[in-house]
Design a protein around this ligand. Structure first.
Ligand code: MLT
Length: 409
């Protein structure tokens, strides 16, 4: 008899964004005449700069020529791309990352989920609350929680680090000892950031406790303020304790193309039961070579072109465009009396729901009365209850229209 992994049964029935899609679809079917504005999932709307797509077309052509055809590529990514990442994303910030520490992949979502495989099931996991659901779900699937406690709306065995307006969305160090700590900054969903000093507290904690920080910096390009770290490796000692995840999705518009990378420093070690040190870099390399055949050559040539001067300029403009949307949302919603957080160093604004409405009540209210789709804060965790996320990734005219609709409510 084939037995299933029962941990799957502990998960909520649907992934958050699938539930939202389902609800939106149902509403659309019932009201086909309504024009819905989707500011829910953080998906980009601006096209990819053509210098990047041209590089992909050229790579595609190479595939039909016997001289330039390529089969399997290196699992870790082509050297031409890892070199660019090393120089442009780290070297220019005076961060010394070796090419062998960079692993090109098909998405930060997959990597942040897959990384948990490297670590023993007994490790204690800490997540910020609210949180990008992938970190939690992947650890539930791995079996790191015995059960979901309905009354607490929390999984047993997982440490939730509450991030709410009362603590300025800054997570406090856990009271119990944690081994795997997921941090995402600029934060999804709250759009808030940590300063160097605030992030250093976590690096120091991890060093003292021989823990690991899984640092998702997918939104790093959205940082506009000066004293905010772009990489966790800007913090002294972080290379001993942190893995960093980056993505081309929210910067170069690769949500559909799929390309990202993960940095696993050579200094980073985990321990066997006997206390022997093992390189995490070698474990991740072993895992990648076993389970992954690398990102397509065509995609990686596109990602390489992201670093051209022309593409960089256009990407910067696109990011400014999205940030001007969040700025419009922030200014106008604040004028209407909403409490709005984030949006300055992030494509997300995090709103306190009005009149004590629950996150899902506000979701239904906005969908039905204004035909706007957002993301209910409680979908990201219990501390997200009473909050609501809107994204700046929509088209400018849709964002303005959404604001006008909310004004009329
Ligand atoms: C989000 O809306 O939180 C993100 O788009 C989800 C993702 O990047 O997978």
């Amino acid at each position: 008899m084939i037995k299933i992994n029962e941990s799957f049964l502990k998960l909520k029935d649907n992934y958050l964004f699938s539930t939202i899609n389902q609800k939106t679809k149902e509403y659309k079917n019932k009201n086909p005449e309504k024009k819905i504005i989707n500011l829910g999932i953080g998906d980009v709307t601006l096209p990819i700069p053509s210098i990047i797509t041209k590089a992909m077309s050229k790579a595609c052509e190479e595939m039909s020529d016997a001289e330039t055809f390529r089969g399997y590529g290196p699992e870790q990514g082509y050297e031409f791309l890892r070199e660019k990442i090393q120089q442009e994303d780290y070297g220019k910030r005076n961060i010394n990352i070796d090419k062998t520490e960079i692993f090109v992949s098909d998405g930060a979502k997959c990597d942040t989920a897959n990384i948990s495989e490297l670590f023993d099931i007994s490790n204690k996991v800490a997540i910020t609350d609210p949180v990008y659901p992938v970190y939690l779900d992947s650890n539930i699937i791995a079996g790191r929680s015995k059960k979901y406690i309905k009354e607490l709306e929390r999984f047993d065995g997982i440490t939730y680090l509450s991030c709410i307006s009362e603590n300025n969305f800054i997570p406090e160090l856990p009271k119990e000892k944690c081994d795997m700590i997921y941090l995402c900054y600029p934060n999804n969903p709250t759009g808030t950031v940590l300063t160097n000093e605030q992030l250093k507290v976590w690096v120091d904690y991890a060093r003292e406790n021989r823990a690991i920080i899984l640092f998702d910096s997918a939104y790093e390009k959205y940082i506009t303020q000066k004293d905010i770290p772009h990489s966790i490796y800007e913090i002294e000692g972080a290379k001993e304790v942190a893995i960093e995840f980056r993505s081309f999705s929210k910067t170069a518009g690769f949500t559909g193309i799929r390309c990202a990378y993960t940095v696993v420093p050579k200094q980073l070690v985990g321990y066997t039961n006997k206390g022997n040190e093992i390189s995490i870099n070698s474990l991740w390399r072993r895992r990648s070579s076993c389970k992954f055949n690398g990102v397509s050559y065509i995609t990686q040539r596109g990602a390489e072109a992201v670093y051209t001067k022309e593409a960089q300029q256009l990407i910067e403009e696109n990011i400014k465009y999205y940030l001007s949307n969040t700025n419009e949302l922030k200014i106008n919603l604040e004028k209407l009396g909403y409490k709005v957080y984030g949006g300055i160093n992030s494509p997300y604004v995090w709103i306190k729901t009005p009149k004590q409405q629950s996150s899902w009540e506000f979701f239904d209210y906005l969908l039905e009365k204004a035909n706007i789709v957002g993301t209910p804060g409680s979908g990201f965790g219990p501390s997200g209850e009473g909050y609501f996320r809107l994204t700046g990734f929509g088209k400018k005219e849709d964002t303005i229209e959404a604001i006008e609709r909310i004004k009329k409510l």
